[in-house]
Unconditional design. Structure first.
Length: 290
Protein backbone atom coordinates (compact mmCIF):
# COMPACT_ATOMS: atom_id res chain seq x y z
CA UNK A 1 0.00 0.00 0.00
CA UNK A 2 1.39 3.39 -0.97
CA UNK A 3 2.21 5.98 1.61
CA UNK A 4 0.45 9.15 0.40
CA UNK A 5 1.29 12.72 1.23
CA UNK A 6 -1.99 14.56 0.72
CA UNK A 7 -2.72 17.98 -0.65
CA UNK A 8 -4.31 19.47 2.48
CA UNK A 9 -1.26 18.67 4.60
CA UNK A 10 1.20 19.86 1.96
CA UNK A 11 -0.52 23.17 1.16
CA UNK A 12 -2.08 24.39 4.42
CA UNK A 13 -1.83 28.03 3.31
CA UNK A 14 -4.06 27.47 0.28
CA UNK A 15 -1.31 28.47 -2.19
CA UNK A 16 -1.24 25.03 -3.86
CA UNK A 17 2.42 25.75 -4.65
CA UNK A 18 5.14 25.03 -2.11
CA UNK A 19 8.83 25.94 -2.60
CA UNK A 20 11.65 24.69 -0.40
CA UNK A 21 15.33 23.83 -0.21
CA UNK A 22 16.63 20.43 0.87
CA UNK A 23 20.19 19.40 1.75
CA UNK A 24 21.79 15.99 2.12
CA UNK A 25 22.66 16.59 5.77
CA UNK A 26 19.00 17.16 6.73
CA UNK A 27 16.78 14.45 8.19
CA UNK A 28 13.63 15.46 6.32
CA UNK A 29 14.22 13.32 3.21
CA UNK A 30 11.40 10.82 2.54
CA UNK A 31 12.67 7.51 3.87
CA UNK A 32 10.52 5.07 1.89
CA UNK A 33 8.72 4.69 -1.43
CA UNK A 34 5.70 6.96 -1.49
CA UNK A 35 3.30 8.78 -3.80
CA UNK A 36 1.59 12.18 -3.77
CA UNK A 37 -1.72 13.54 -4.88
CA UNK A 38 0.22 16.42 -6.40
CA UNK A 39 3.22 17.04 -8.68
CA UNK A 40 6.68 17.13 -7.17
CA UNK A 41 9.57 18.80 -8.97
CA UNK A 42 13.15 18.72 -7.68
CA UNK A 43 16.09 20.48 -9.30
CA UNK A 44 19.51 19.24 -8.16
CA UNK A 45 21.81 22.20 -7.58
CA UNK A 46 24.79 20.20 -6.35
CA UNK A 47 25.74 16.72 -5.24
CA UNK A 48 24.28 13.34 -6.11
CA UNK A 49 21.12 11.49 -5.09
CA UNK A 50 19.52 8.21 -6.11
CA UNK A 51 16.01 8.29 -7.60
CA UNK A 52 13.82 5.26 -8.22
CA UNK A 53 10.47 5.44 -9.99
CA UNK A 54 8.32 2.64 -11.42
CA UNK A 55 11.18 0.13 -11.26
CA UNK A 56 13.78 2.40 -12.89
CA UNK A 57 16.70 3.62 -10.79
CA UNK A 58 19.30 6.26 -11.65
CA UNK A 59 21.74 8.71 -10.14
CA UNK A 60 20.54 12.30 -10.30
CA UNK A 61 23.29 14.91 -10.25
CA UNK A 62 23.75 18.67 -10.49
CA UNK A 63 21.83 19.98 -13.50
CA UNK A 64 19.24 17.19 -13.45
CA UNK A 65 15.57 17.61 -12.67
CA UNK A 66 12.97 15.21 -11.29
CA UNK A 67 9.29 15.66 -12.10
CA UNK A 68 6.98 13.14 -10.43
CA UNK A 69 3.30 13.21 -11.52
CA UNK A 70 0.46 12.60 -9.03
CA UNK A 71 -0.13 9.02 -7.80
CA UNK A 72 3.24 7.69 -9.01
CA UNK A 73 5.31 5.75 -6.50
CA UNK A 74 8.94 6.76 -6.15
CA UNK A 75 11.79 7.08 -3.66
CA UNK A 76 14.85 9.30 -3.42
CA UNK A 77 17.89 9.35 -1.14
CA UNK A 78 20.96 11.63 -1.00
CA UNK A 79 24.31 9.98 -1.79
CA UNK A 80 26.43 12.70 -0.16
CA UNK A 81 25.94 15.37 2.49
CA UNK A 82 26.71 18.12 -0.03
CA UNK A 83 23.61 17.32 -2.06
CA UNK A 84 21.37 20.38 -2.41
CA UNK A 85 17.96 20.45 -4.06
CA UNK A 86 15.39 23.12 -4.87
CA UNK A 87 11.94 21.58 -4.51
CA UNK A 88 8.54 22.61 -5.79
CA UNK A 89 5.32 20.78 -4.97
CA UNK A 90 2.20 21.92 -6.81
CA UNK A 91 -1.38 20.73 -7.02
CA UNK A 92 -2.85 19.50 -10.35
CA UNK A 93 -5.48 22.25 -10.34
CA UNK A 94 -2.70 24.80 -10.94
CA UNK A 95 -2.58 23.41 -14.47
CA UNK A 96 -6.00 21.88 -14.98
CA UNK A 97 -7.73 25.10 -13.98
CA UNK A 98 -5.86 27.22 -16.52
CA UNK A 99 -8.06 27.99 -19.57
CA UNK A 100 -5.08 28.71 -21.84
CA UNK A 101 -3.39 25.38 -21.10
CA UNK A 102 -6.63 23.53 -21.73
CA UNK A 103 -6.69 25.00 -25.26
CA UNK A 104 -3.41 23.32 -26.37
CA UNK A 105 -5.10 20.46 -28.22
CA UNK A 106 -7.39 22.88 -30.06
CA UNK A 107 -4.23 24.70 -31.18
CA UNK A 108 -2.84 21.47 -32.64
CA UNK A 109 -0.44 20.71 -29.79
CA UNK A 110 -0.29 17.91 -27.26
CA UNK A 111 -2.17 18.47 -24.02
CA UNK A 112 0.30 20.20 -21.71
CA UNK A 113 -0.89 18.31 -18.64
CA UNK A 114 -0.59 14.93 -20.39
CA UNK A 115 3.00 15.61 -21.45
CA UNK A 116 3.94 16.46 -17.85
CA UNK A 117 2.38 13.21 -16.63
CA UNK A 118 4.79 11.10 -18.70
CA UNK A 119 6.98 9.25 -16.19
CA UNK A 120 10.75 9.65 -16.41
CA UNK A 121 13.45 8.85 -13.90
CA UNK A 122 15.02 12.25 -14.53
CA UNK A 123 15.31 15.12 -16.99
CA UNK A 124 18.80 16.26 -17.96
CA UNK A 125 18.71 20.03 -18.35
CA UNK A 126 20.95 21.49 -21.11
CA UNK A 127 23.90 23.41 -19.71
CA UNK A 128 22.74 26.72 -21.17
CA UNK A 129 19.50 26.41 -19.16
CA UNK A 130 20.95 25.17 -15.87
CA UNK A 131 21.93 28.55 -14.40
CA UNK A 132 18.62 30.04 -15.49
CA UNK A 133 16.79 27.15 -13.85
CA UNK A 134 18.68 27.58 -10.57
CA UNK A 135 18.13 31.35 -10.57
CA UNK A 136 14.40 30.86 -11.19
CA UNK A 137 14.08 28.35 -8.36
CA UNK A 138 15.92 30.72 -6.01
CA UNK A 139 13.56 33.56 -6.98
CA UNK A 140 10.57 31.33 -6.35
CA UNK A 141 11.93 30.37 -2.93
CA UNK A 142 12.38 34.04 -2.01
CA UNK A 143 8.85 34.91 -3.17
CA UNK A 144 7.32 31.95 -1.36
CA UNK A 145 9.15 32.80 1.88
CA UNK A 146 7.89 36.41 1.90
CA UNK A 147 4.31 35.54 0.82
CA UNK A 148 3.34 39.05 -0.14
CA UNK A 149 -0.08 39.87 -1.66
CA UNK A 150 -0.57 38.35 -5.13
CA UNK A 151 2.74 36.45 -4.93
CA UNK A 152 0.89 33.28 -5.97
CA UNK A 153 0.57 34.86 -9.42
CA UNK A 154 4.34 35.36 -9.61
CA UNK A 155 4.95 31.80 -8.48
CA UNK A 156 2.61 30.37 -11.08
CA UNK A 157 4.30 32.43 -13.80
CA UNK A 158 7.76 31.12 -12.90
CA UNK A 159 6.44 27.57 -12.53
CA UNK A 160 4.86 27.60 -16.00
CA UNK A 161 8.11 28.93 -17.45
CA UNK A 162 10.04 25.99 -15.96
CA UNK A 163 7.47 23.42 -17.05
CA UNK A 164 7.44 24.85 -20.56
CA UNK A 165 11.23 24.50 -20.71
CA UNK A 166 10.93 20.88 -19.59
CA UNK A 167 8.37 20.09 -22.30
CA UNK A 168 10.42 21.86 -24.97
CA UNK A 169 13.63 20.05 -23.95
CA UNK A 170 11.77 16.73 -24.01
CA UNK A 171 10.18 17.29 -27.39
CA UNK A 172 13.40 18.60 -28.96
CA UNK A 173 15.11 15.33 -28.02
CA UNK A 174 18.01 16.75 -26.02
CA UNK A 175 20.85 14.21 -25.94
CA UNK A 176 21.88 13.76 -22.32
CA UNK A 177 25.13 12.00 -23.34
CA UNK A 178 26.45 15.35 -24.52
CA UNK A 179 26.47 16.52 -20.94
CA UNK A 180 28.96 13.82 -19.96
CA UNK A 181 31.09 14.14 -23.10
CA UNK A 182 31.29 17.90 -22.63
CA UNK A 183 32.99 17.53 -19.25
CA UNK A 184 36.09 15.77 -20.61
CA UNK A 185 37.98 19.06 -20.82
CA UNK A 186 37.05 19.91 -17.22
CA UNK A 187 38.24 16.53 -15.93
CA UNK A 188 41.52 16.84 -17.86
CA UNK A 189 42.04 20.26 -16.30
CA UNK A 190 41.60 18.70 -12.85
CA UNK A 191 44.12 15.97 -13.69
CA UNK A 192 46.62 18.58 -14.87
CA UNK A 193 46.09 20.50 -11.64
CA UNK A 194 46.82 17.35 -9.64
CA UNK A 195 50.03 16.66 -11.59
CA UNK A 196 51.26 20.21 -11.04
CA UNK A 197 50.59 20.10 -7.27
CA UNK A 198 51.57 16.54 -6.35
CA UNK A 199 54.11 17.68 -3.75
CA UNK A 200 51.49 19.84 -2.02
CA UNK A 201 48.40 19.14 0.03
CA UNK A 202 45.51 19.12 -2.42
CA UNK A 203 42.00 20.12 -1.33
CA UNK A 204 39.10 18.61 -3.22
CA UNK A 205 37.21 21.92 -3.28
CA UNK A 206 40.10 23.52 -5.17
CA UNK A 207 40.24 20.70 -7.72
CA UNK A 208 36.47 20.82 -8.22
CA UNK A 209 36.70 24.59 -8.73
CA UNK A 210 39.41 24.00 -11.31
CA UNK A 211 37.00 21.66 -13.12
CA UNK A 212 34.21 24.27 -12.75
CA UNK A 213 31.96 21.83 -10.88
CA UNK A 214 30.47 21.36 -7.45
CA UNK A 215 32.31 18.80 -5.30
CA UNK A 216 29.49 16.26 -5.64
CA UNK A 217 29.33 16.57 -9.44
CA UNK A 218 33.11 16.42 -9.70
CA UNK A 219 33.27 13.13 -7.80
CA UNK A 220 30.56 11.68 -10.05
CA UNK A 221 32.01 12.79 -13.39
CA UNK A 222 35.61 12.07 -12.45
CA UNK A 223 34.81 8.41 -11.77
CA UNK A 224 32.67 8.20 -14.92
CA UNK A 225 35.52 9.65 -16.99
CA UNK A 226 38.53 7.84 -15.46
CA UNK A 227 37.02 4.74 -13.87
CA UNK A 228 38.63 5.68 -10.55
CA UNK A 229 37.70 7.85 -7.60
CA UNK A 230 39.67 11.09 -7.40
CA UNK A 231 41.55 9.92 -4.30
CA UNK A 232 42.56 6.64 -5.97
CA UNK A 233 43.69 8.51 -9.08
CA UNK A 234 45.71 10.98 -7.01
CA UNK A 235 47.40 8.14 -5.11
CA UNK A 236 48.24 6.47 -8.42
CA UNK A 237 49.93 9.65 -9.68
CA UNK A 238 51.85 10.08 -6.45
CA UNK A 239 53.05 6.48 -6.35
CA UNK A 240 54.13 6.70 -10.01
CA UNK A 241 56.23 9.75 -9.09
CA UNK A 242 57.68 7.89 -6.10
CA UNK A 243 58.61 4.89 -8.26
CA UNK A 244 60.49 7.17 -10.65
CA UNK A 245 62.36 8.90 -7.80
CA UNK A 246 63.27 5.58 -6.17
CA UNK A 247 65.01 4.45 -9.34
CA UNK A 248 66.48 7.73 -10.59
CA UNK A 249 67.48 9.58 -7.40
CA UNK A 250 69.50 8.98 -4.24
CA UNK A 251 66.93 10.59 -1.96
CA UNK A 252 65.96 8.70 1.17
CA UNK A 253 62.67 6.82 1.11
CA UNK A 254 61.08 9.26 3.56
CA UNK A 255 62.23 12.21 1.43
CA UNK A 256 60.78 10.58 -1.67
CA UNK A 257 57.47 10.07 0.12
CA UNK A 258 57.48 13.75 1.04
CA UNK A 259 58.31 14.72 -2.56
CA UNK A 260 55.36 12.62 -3.72
CA UNK A 261 52.99 14.47 -1.39
CA UNK A 262 52.95 12.14 1.63
CA UNK A 263 53.81 13.94 4.86
CA UNK A 264 53.51 10.70 6.86
CA UNK A 265 56.21 8.10 6.03
CA UNK A 266 54.20 5.17 7.43
CA UNK A 267 51.16 6.13 5.33
CA UNK A 268 53.40 6.44 2.24
CA UNK A 269 54.77 2.94 2.83
CA UNK A 270 51.27 1.49 3.21
CA UNK A 271 49.97 3.15 0.05
CA UNK A 272 53.05 2.12 -1.93
CA UNK A 273 52.76 -1.53 -0.89
CA UNK A 274 49.02 -1.49 -1.56
CA UNK A 275 49.46 -0.26 -5.15
CA UNK A 276 52.81 -1.79 -6.11
CA UNK A 277 52.80 -5.00 -4.07
CA UNK A 278 56.10 -4.42 -2.27
CA UNK A 279 57.77 -1.85 -0.01
CA UNK A 280 59.55 1.20 -1.48
CA UNK A 281 62.91 -0.21 -0.32
CA UNK A 282 62.35 -3.53 -2.07
CA UNK A 283 61.16 -1.78 -5.22
CA UNK A 284 64.33 0.35 -5.29
CA UNK A 285 66.55 -2.69 -4.78
CA UNK A 286 64.84 -4.66 -7.55
CA UNK A 287 64.86 -1.87 -10.14
CA UNK A 288 68.06 0.10 -9.60
CA UNK A 289 70.22 -2.13 -11.84
CA UNK A 290 67.65 -2.85 -14.55
Amino acid sequence: MLKYQNIARTFPDGYHIKIYELRGCQKTWPANAHAHEYFQMWYVSQGVCLHEIEGESCEVIAGDLILVPPDVEHSIIPKDVECMIFGCDFAPNILLGDPLLSQMEKLGQEAFYSVLCEVRCKYVIPEDLQQRMENTMQKMLNIYTKKQPYSIIELKGYLLRILTNIVQVTRLGYDSTKKFDGYGTNINAAISYAREHLTERIYIKDVAACAKMSVGSFHYYFKKYTGKSYLDYLNMLRIDLAKMLLVESDLSISAIGYQAGYSDAAYFNRQFKKLVGCTPGKYRGSNRNI
